[in-house]
Design a protein around this ligand. Structure first.
Ligand SMILES: NC(=O)c1ccc[n+]([C@@H]2O[C@H](COP(=O)([O-])OP(=O)(O)OC[C@H]3O[C@@H](n4cnc5c(N)ncnc54)[C@H](O)[C@@H]3O)[C@@H](O)[C@H]2O)c1
Ligand SMILES: Nc1ncnc2c1ncn2[C@@H]1O[C@H](COP(=O)(O)OP(=O)(O)OP(=O)(O)O)[C@@H](O)[C@H]1O
Length: 524
């Protein structure tokens, strides 16, 4: 082999048989060293230069990606603010109209009598702009978004309008006329909190509920049996209109044609208008049926009465055998409710032309999970909270959970159990490959962004309340923030008793035999 230098690169010539020329004897090791020194340095210099150039390019790319990520997060935040502002403006508009129409001057006048007028309320006390006083809120003020009269009103039925109700909560301050709307008050330089969001909320009907949607777990004979009994009772004894899913209507009609009073829908679009027709939702099943019920409502959700017919039943406080007593008391009111917050998730594709080009939002009651799917590689998920980098999740994935979902998948992944009335977003890693990655709980006002970086080895997968898996390719992102529409579930006792009962009975939380008193005493 004869080493040659061409353009600063050393090359050796090989014979076709793969052997090389023996080095001339004059080439001592030192000589070789000297000969090779210069060209090798040339290679090194080139490599160093090249790697520096690559580093600069990588840095520029990373900066561009970070810039894009932060711009996307900012855009999503603005979008969220825009939506909140829009709904706030809508409320103000309604209040303004209400002062003209004075609908609340007519106590208990049913809104159906006002079918052609905007359905709004006049402040009853002339104060605060709320018809229900300072520590309450009327459903007319919050639940009217997107309510449009459907052209396809249910077959053979008269137009029925929703029952009105008000929500109220205990406020110590209001007793002494010291009620303040501010979260924090400054009284002579002293800071005190006057308002917290986790008070027990009561629902009181202003007019009687007229329409009930009954949702049932499929493929269960006991559920089917109870469903027909319950539907009959609601119709005959309570004189209520009943809606069920198309599948359930067919099942009921198969049983008897006398169930033809039961209403349903044909098109999926009609489901979007359900909240305008339904006063109350009753679920027959387990937690999965409550999740299913919530998923049908992409906007406001009517109060839900979950009758337990599953094995665990964290969110199903009512025993199904006692459905008559339970429903009697809920229909009569007032009833304690838990406002279960939901998360609103958007997927932004890398190919999106601009930041508002997101897919339809998905609302979750438990959690959104971003995991590695069938890939055997670690996930590589860059997470941002508002515009601040949080961490990179390397492991099996990440759970962004509501506090209601804190007892579900998040719990299994090591997250804390949180009272469902506490607003917040749980940030729980799944099998992180790091010893120090403890779960976080973030405040309710933040927007979390999970980005699959371009250099990720594989795609990630998002699933929503354990359903609807969506592939997230490198460059795609998922944005998640608190949704404006919670799921109000009726309580058996109250929010806190129901939560504690479910962790005791459902999970046997901290169950341990009490220690005997006959051990060593402290004096010995
Ligand atoms: N490793 C896990 O624990 C794990 C894995 C996958 C999904 N899940 C949970 O299952 C949920 C979907 O429920 P499903 O009924 O449609 O599926 P499913 O039929 O597979 O039931 C999952 C279990 O989770 C329970 N569960 C659901 N929501 C709960 C909650 N808020 N608190 C306590 N327990 C709850 C259900 O009662 C059921 O026992 C997902 O949202 C997820 O939280 C848990
Ligand atoms: N009306 C419905 N239509 C379609 N799927 C439904 C409906 N109701 C429930 N499901 C689904 O059926 C599955 C089982 O429901 P659910 O969790 O209520 O019953 P369960 O598994 O017997 O209860 P538990 O989880 O307490 O043991 C869930 O995945 C849920 O999403």
């Amino acid at each position: 082999m004869s080493p040659r230098q061409e353009n600063g690169i050393v090359s050796c010539s090989l014979h076709e048989n793969g052997t090389s020329d023996p080095l001339p004897l004059a080439y001592s090791e030192k000589a070789v060293q000297e000969m090779l020194q210069l060209p090798l340095e040339g290679i090194d210099n080139n490599l160093v230069e090249f790697s520096e150039a690559m580093r600069t390019v990588a840095k520029a790319l990373r900066r561009a990606a970070e810039g894009k990520t932060s711009a996307q997060a900012e855009a999503a935040e603005w979008k969220r603010k825009f939506e909140l502002e829009k709904s706030r403006n809508l409320q103000l508009e309604r209040k303004a109209i209400s002062s003209v129409n004075s609908c609340c001057d007519l106590p208990n006048k049913r809104t159906s009598d006002l079918a052609d007028q905007p359905e709004v309320c006049l402040p009853a006390n002339g104060k605060n702009g709320h018809c229900c006083g300072a520590n309450g809120i009327c459903n007319h003020e919050v639940l009217r978004d997107g309510e449009v009269r459907s052209d396809s009103e249910p077959v053979n039925k008269k137009v029925v309008k929703k029952a009105s109700f008000k929500l109220s909560w205990n406020s110590e301050g209001s007793k002494g006329n010291q009620y303040k709307h501010d979260v924090v008050s400054f009284d002579r330089g002293n800071i005190s909190t006057t308002e917290r969001s986790s008070k027990q909320i009561f629902l009181k009907w202003d007019s009687n509920p007229q329409t009930v949607l009954v949702l049932t777990k499929p493929n269960s004979d006991s559920v089917k049996l109870l469903c027909s009994e319950l539907v009959r009772w609601l119709k005959d004894q309570k004189k209520l209109n009943i809606y069920v899913e198309p599948r359930v209507r067919s099942e009921l009609l198969d049983e008897s044609s006398s169930f033809n009073f039961v209403q349903t829908w044909k098109e999926d679009e009609e489901v979007l208008l359900l909240h305008t027709k339904v006063d109350l939702v009753v679920t027959l099943g387990g937690d999965g049926t409550v999740l299913w019920a919530a998923s049908l409502f992409k906007g406001p959700v009517p109060p839900v009465v979950p009758l337990s017919m599953g094995s665990l039943g964290f969110m199903t406080a009512f025993h199904s055998e006692q459905y008559k007593e339970s429903l009697d008391s809920v229909l009569q009111g007032p009833v304690s409710i838990t406002l279960r917050h939901r998360l609103q998730c958007y997927v932004i594709r890398e190919t999106a032309k601009h930041e508002f080009d997101t897919e339809e939002p998905i609302l979750v009651l438990n959690e959104v999970t971003i995991d590695r799917g069938i890939s055997s590689y670690l996930t590589n998920l860059e997470c941002y909270c508002d515009n601040t980098f949080v961490t990179c999740v390397q492991g099996d994935g990440l759970i962004l959970s509501t506090t209601s979902g804190s007892t579900a998948y998040s719990l299994a992944a090591g997250g804390s159990m949180v009272h469902p009335q506490v607003p917040g977003i749980l940030f729980t890693p799944i099998c992180p490959h790091s010893l120090s990655f403890r779960p976080l709980i973030l405040p309710e006002h933040v927007t979390v962004r999970v980005q699959v970086p371009f250099n990720s080895r594989s795609s990630a997968w998002a699933s929503f309340d354990g359903k609807d898996r969506k592939q997230l390719n490198p460059g795609d992102a998922l944005i998640c923030s608190m949704a404006p529409w919670p799921v109000p579930t009726a309580c058996q006792v109250d929010s806190t008793s129901d939560f504690l009962r479910s962790i005791h009975e459902g999970l046997h939380w901290n169950l341990r035999k009490i220690q005997n008193s006959d051990g060593p005493s402290s004096s010995t």
